[in-house]
Design a protein around this ligand. Structure first.
Ligand SMILES: *Cc1c(COP(=O)(O)O)cnc(C)c1O
Length: 428
């Protein structure tokens, strides 16, 4: 599959061809843990990474491999590693880069679970995160020190309404000789292509829009293939001999595929955060309609956000697709097809009114998820973001009177009518 096809064609075909064994047109679910070696020499070559092939499904599986190639192609990267969840993908992205004592400079505007993972859990590995407002470019630059090994942000940031100036951040990471990791979950490659703005790696929670229907958790790490892992000596996992593979130097031996191979051959082998073939199947089915769904998600989000903004019961709507947003001017450059379908609004009445609103909605489901065909609602301060301090809440754009919507692909007027009746009850 060449990359001259349009996105809409690639989302259906990339990575897949009729099954060589049966001619099956849809990608078969290879529900197997192991693969028979042709002979002892074949097995040895596979284990030495001298030949690419299937050994054991903790590392690779043909169904998952199709999804990896499809996501890599849609992002314009050279390779991808699929993982069991978006959070697994984040660890898998950092794992080859980090070591005890090293840090990642991260945006304050991140998915609540990521703030948690980076604030607390990664410390158990001896890693740490330094959180910075990514609109303050001088602060991003100042936060980078000799122990920094990556810079991390979201393209369209959860809980919505914020778009990172990826070009400006990439200029800083380029100068510092560091990889820029962009979580592109909320945008998807249909709306934003981080590699075209200088990102080194893209991570996804495929749980969200890529699968699109709320069925399976999954994640992916995609490599642009453009970073020189040997230049600075800061990434010995990729540039220095790996004892477990007879002293193989991943970057020297595998060039632009070094990060992806390391992710599979060491990351999945030893951390085991593997995506299963059933999960990959659901996500492949979802990706086939990605552009169609995203177009509708964005059109609905624009309509609902504009209606909310005009309503006197609403304090603010933070949707970057509204001309009133301070980030509106970034849409055309960073995500030209639209600002996504995730945004927050603040209602007059505060915490209690938000809880009443969530309880009164009928069409919107109250769930801790986003990027479903169904419209979803959550009150971050009482759920996903409840572990955060008031300062962290404010920095994450998730104050007490803020409700987050993930706009689905239903009829926009039905969604507006549901919000209207629920607002009436919440503010009565
Ligand atoms: C959901 C989400 C994650 C975490 O993904 P899981 O699949 O739930 O582990 C990370 N980043 C963003 C932006 C998300 O929306």
């Amino acid at each position: 599959m060449t990359k001259t096809y349009a996105f809409e064609t690639l989302q259906v075909h990339a990575g897949a061809k009729p099954d060589p064994a049966t001619g099956a047109r849809q990608v078969p679910i290879y529900q197997t843990t192991a693969y028979v070696f042709r002979d002892a020499d074949h097995a040895a070559a596979l284990f030495n990474l001298q030949e690419v092939g299937y050994i054991y499904s903790r590392l690779t599986n043909p169904t998952v491999a199709v999804l990896q190639e499809r996501i890599a192609t849609l992002e314009g990267g050279v390779g991808a590693v699929c993982c069991s969840s978006g959070h697994a993908a984040q660890i898998m992205a950092l794992f080859p880069l980090m070591a005890p004592g090293r840090n990642v400079v991260a945006s304050t505007r991140l998915y609540g679970g990521t703030l948690q993972q980076f604030s607390n859990t990664i410390r158990k590995f001896g890693w740490s995160a330094k959180f910075v407002d990514f609109d303050d470019l001088a602060a991003v630059e100042a936060a980078i020190d000799d122990d920094t090994r990556a810079v991390f942000c979201e393209s369209i940031a959860n809980p919505g309404g914020y778009i990172t100036d990826l070009d400006a951040v990439a200029a800083i990471t380029d100068k510092a000789g560091l990889p820029l990791i962009v979580d592109n979950t909320s945008a998807t490659p249909w709306l934003c292509r981080p590699f075209e703005h200088g990102a080194t790696l893209v991570v996804h929670s495929t749980t969200k829009y890529l699968t699109g229907n709320g069925t399976v958790t999954g994640g992916a790490v995609v490599d642009s293939g453009k970073f020189d892992w040997s230049a600075s000596g800061k990434f010995p996992a990729l540039s220095e001999p790996e004892p477990a593979y007879h002293g193989l130097k991943f970057h020297e031996a595998l060039g632009p595929m070094a990060f992806t191979f390391y992710g599979i051959a060491v990351g999945l082998r030893d951390l085991g955060m593997t995506m299963n073939p059933q999960g990959a199947h659901y996500t492949l089915m979802g990706i086939e309609t990605l552009s169609l769904r995203m177009e509708r998600h964005v059109a609905n989000a624009r309509k609902v956000a504009a209606w909310l903004e005009a309503d006197p019961r609403i304090e603010t709507v933070t949707y970057a697709g509204l001309p009133s947003s301070p980030y509106y001017h970034r849409v055309a450059r960073i995500c030209p097809r639209g600002a996504g379908a995730l945004f927050t609004f603040a209602i007059k009445g505060g915490y209690d009114a938000c809880v009443k609103l969530v309880n009164s909605l009928e069409l919107f489901s109250h769930v801790a998820n986003l990027g479903d065909t169904r419209s979803l609602v959550i009150h971050p301060a009482s759920t996903t973001h409840r572990q955060l301090s008031p300062e962290q809440l404010a920095k994450a754009g998730a104050g007490a009177n803020v409700v987050r919507l993930s706009i689905g692909i239903e009829d926009a007027d039905d969604l507006i009518a549901d919000l209207d009746q629920a607002l009436a009850r919440a503010t009565a």
